[in-house]
Ligand binder design. Structure first.
Ligand SMILES: Cc1cc2nc3c(=O)[nH]c(=O)nc-3n(C[C@H](O)[C@H](O)[C@H](O)COP(=O)(O)OP(=O)(O)OC[C@H]3O[C@@H](n4cnc5c(N)ncnc54)[C@H](O)[C@@H]3O)c2cc1C
Length: 506
């Protein structure tokens, strides 16, 4: 009997496994694929953009260096010579293929964006992410069994059993991280609702006889969309056929060439196609992320178009949010209702991502209405406010949970406070405990934390930039649970600490 069985060793299942392993849970991961690597996961088709929020998650667990190395080491998400003020981003992202100008991001409007080694998004591959996470999971004592396809799930009040062929795997909790076509989702009776697709998307690695006929980057044309990335022969396309082609047939070279010619309005020739697959913009989400002892995370809980690259980022956010809460439930010291805050916080986040993706699809359609909208959006993202708004959405920095506080920092990811002794908040979060950062002169929070150090690390000292605060309480997932002014209110702190970490510890 394990504490937790995770179905699926994709990036989300592995990230969650590491979180649970870090918290001391016994974890078994069951994965259908016999091997970790695959051409679908390596560059170019496995290329994935990580948002600043995801990069921050790796940083906070001490994995950023490994991820950068595994990703080829060309990206540095922390470039920032000034220790006190965050520079504008180097890449700001896009909305529906319309690129943002990083110089137009108004950093003054993002006051909580402090300098950090994880300030920016970066490009990586699924292979790099999974390799780094698998290695860490192994170090944390997580057991990963590959070549096992889960086909049954049964639960009662005390436990849950995953079935694979004749074998059964029992645990106190089970998390389905088994992707967009999740088996666990269906077996455990989750309701999956949303909207049907408008397009079939294609991603391929091909040899193009005359690549000069295609334009680089995102191209919104009168007949569809195509994207040519800087990697030779790596093309994505969107064909607005209501998703009819997807899964109905295998994409042949002739078919891919015909679609590419149509959406690009050229007579470009594909001389060879090495790998190709299809996807759609079907946008669905489960109505809850928990049914008894079964939970869902990642694509198993929400699917949407990959345009704007948010699926993996949302899944990593799920794993960060769920890990410490489930670990506290396993240990038996979770405050009442803690696990339910997983759905309460992550479902609205997922719903926003689905809508963001729908909004992009709506303006990418090859029709006069969408073209008119493109003009409006271009005008808006030509302004500082418009660019800053879109940047805050795509980087994840505007994602704020409603934790019942009016303080603007509560519910947001914590700024990477730098203490005068050179320690950063990110360094203090590597063991997965909460952090009470006390900037007050008289170390007011020391007393209230005493006795709760197994769950909250107490660190006192002045910060280079304390944003006018006297103290903050940061949850293990990096979210600010409470913020106090220059003279922090110890009782309010103790209440917040008890609320998130349990009474007896504080
Ligand atoms: C073309 C494309 C580009 C994308 N680009 C981006 C991007 O730039 N940024 C971004 O954030 N997102 C992007 N995404 C989305 C991202 O790839 C997914 O959201 C992410 O991989 C989901 O991770 P996951 O772990 O939830 O699921 P998956 O990666 O699907 O992993 C699920 C795992 O579960 C296993 N499994 C399935 N069923 C079973 C079973 N019954 N028993 C045991 N194991 C099982 C599978 O083998 C798999 O290993 C893109 C997607 C596509 C298609």
């Amino acid at each position: 009997m394990h504490d937790v069985v995770i179905v699926g060793a994709g990036p989300v299942g592995l990230f969650l496994a590491c979180e649970l392993g870090l918290a001391g849970c016994s974890v078994l991961v069951l994965e259908r694929e016999p091997e970790l690597g695959s051409p679908w996961k390596s560059i170019p088709l496995g290329m994935r953009g990580l948002s600043a929020a995801s990069v921050e998650a790796f940083y906070r667990r001490g994995m950023l260096h490994q991820l950068l190395t595994a990703s080829g080491g060309n990206d540095d998400p922390g470039v920032n010579p000034d220790p006190d003020e965050a520079a504008p981003p180097r890449i700001a992202g896009h909305f529906a293929g319309m690129m943002l100008d990083p110089a137009k991001v108004d950093v003054a409007d993002l006051p909580f964006r402090l300098p950090s080694p994880a300030l920016e998004g970066m490009f990586t591959s699924l292979e790099a992410v999974e390799t780094v996470l698998s290695e860490r999971a192994a170090k944390l004592g997580v057991e990963i069994r590959r070549g096992i396809t889960v086909s049954g799930v049964a639960q009662n009040d005390e436990s849950v059993v995953a079935q694979a062929g004749e074998d059964e795997y029992a645990a106190r909790w089970l998390v389905g991280c088994d992707g967009g076509r999740s088996t666990v989702r269906g077996l455990a009776g989750f309701e999956f609702v949303g909207t049907e697709p408008q397009f079939t998307g294609y991603t391929m690695h091909a040899t193009i006889a005359d690549p000069e006929k295609l334009r680089p980057g995102f191209n919104l044309t009168p007949t569809g969309v195509y994207l040519q990335t800087p990697m030779q022969g790596h093309i994505s396309m969107m064909d607005f056929d209501d998703g009819a082609f997807d899964r109905s047939q295998k994409p042949t070279r002739d078919h891919l060439q015909a679609v590419l010619r149509r959406v690009s309005g050229t007579d470009v020739t594909l001389s060879d196609v090495r790998l190709a697959s299809t996807f759609t913009d079907r946008a669905m989400q489960t109505t809850t992320y928990r049914q008894g002892r079964v939970l869902l995370a990642g694509d198993a809980a929400h699917i949407h178009s990959p345009v704007g690259g948010q699926g993996l980022n949302t899944g990593i956010g799920d794993a960060m949010n769920l890990g410490w809460k489930l670990a506290a439930s396993v240990r038996g010291d979770a405050p009442d209702g803690l696990l339910d805050t997983y759905t309460r916080e992550r479902h609205p986040t997922g719903a926003k991502v689905l809508d963001w993706s729908r909004a992009q699809v709506a303006v990418m359609r090859p029709d006069p209405y969408a073209r008119a909208m493109q003009g409006v959006i271009r005008d808006l993202i030509g302004t500082r406010d418009g660019t800053t708004y879109v940047f805050a959405r795509v980087s994840g920095s505007s994602n704020r949970y409603d934790l019942g506080s009016e303080h603007p920092l509560v519910g947001l990811s914590a700024p990477d406070f730098l203490l005068e002794d050179g320690t950063r908040l990110g360094d203090l979060m590597q063991d997965g405990r909460g952090v009470a950062l006390d900037f007050s002169i008289d170390r007011r929070l020391q007393g209230p934390v005493t006795g709760g150090e197994s769950r909250i690390r107490y660190v006192a000292g002045p910060a280079r930039n304390d944003l006018g605060l006297g103290a903050v309480l940061v949850r293990p997932d990096g979210i600010v649970a409470w913020a106090g002014d220059r003279t922090p209110d110890c009782e309010a702190f103790a209440r917040a600490a008890g609320h998130w970490f349990g009474g007896p510890a504080i």
